[in-house]
Write a protein that binds this ligand. Structure first.
Ligand code: FBP
Length: 255
């Protein structure tokens, strides 16, 4: 890791822990995830600003239109690839849509990249990420990999052995942080964290749940050894998003 990567990463990882807010769902799922309030990126970015998040994951368009207003409020993790939900998932593929250079120009502290491990398009995605990872060395940019087993060969995306495999792939490809789906229990998630070793494992939040259930799941994830979370809908779809953020902060850092 070079000095730029270390410096940028230190803004996102605090005492070994990470709490990211994600809002790339407009691309990944479509506006169906939003209501009248949270369809406005400003509403979500205000939560990132006030909620104690150590980073906000955005696509380049939202970063381009809104980040000047929030400069210095939180680190930006720029998602460099994306796809829509309209294309069938059998051969799922996420296309590069931005470069590391653009991330630097937008003031990013890390780049985010989705890898559909096990997809028939895996080889292409690995190749494209490999080139991006090499550029990250040049620019001093850390990487967060959304390591998602998916596609026609993956029967169960939450199979603990397969999620652990995806987390290990993130380590093998040089990611600093691997974002994975929770496997559903502390015991099944421990091997996922173990597989990734020095690549930090964070869990995604998933679709909106009752607040108590979500926080109890978050506690399990941390007790399995995860470094934290990258959450979206469970925060900004909540009527009490800042309250959920506060509780998550407590789960992650104990304060
Ligand atoms: P959520 O907490 O809302 O699930 O957000 C996490 C995230 O990884 C987003 O960054 C991304 O848009 C989405 O989930 C991907 O979801 P899916 O698993 O449906 O592709």
């Amino acid at each position: 890791m070079n000095i730029g990567q270390k410096t940028r990463l230190s803004r996102i990882v605090k005492d070994g822990k990470v709490l990211l807010l994600a809002m790339d769902q407009g691309m990944e799922h479509g506006p169906v995830d939003f209501n009248e309030k949270n369809i406005d990126p400003e509403f979500v970015l205000e939560i990132a600003k006030k909620g104690g998040f150590t980073g906000m994951a955005l696509g380049k368009g939202v970063a381009y239109h809104y980040m000047d207003q929030f400069a210095g409020s939180f680190p930006l993790i720029l998602k460099l690839n994306g796809r829509t939900n309209l294309v069938p998932k059998d051969s799922i593929y996420s296309s590069p849509v931005a470069s590391v250079r653009e991330a630097v120009r937008l003031g990013a502290d890390a780049v985010g990249y989705t890898l559909y491990v096990g997809s028939p398009t895996e080889a292409q995605m690995f190749k494209e990420f490999g080139a991006i990872r090499a550029e990250c060395e040049d620019y001093g940019m850390p990487t967060v990999v959304w390591a998602y087993p998916r596609g026609m060969h993956v029967k169960n995306e939450k199979d603990p052995a397969i999620v652990a495999y995806a987390a290990r792939v993130a380590l093998e490809l040089g990611a600093d942080i691997a974002k994975v789906n929770y496997t559903g229990s502390v015991e099944s998630f421990k091997p996922v964290v173990q597989a990734a070793q020095r690549c930090k494992v964070i869990a995604s939040g998933g679709s909106k749940q009752e607040e108590d259930k979500f926080i109890s799941m978050a506690k399990d994830i941390i007790s399995a050894g995860a470094a934290g979370f990258a959450v979206g809908r469970n925060v900004w779809q909540s009527e009490k998003g800042l309250d959920v953020a506060k509780q998550l902060h407590k789960v992650v850092w104990g304060k």
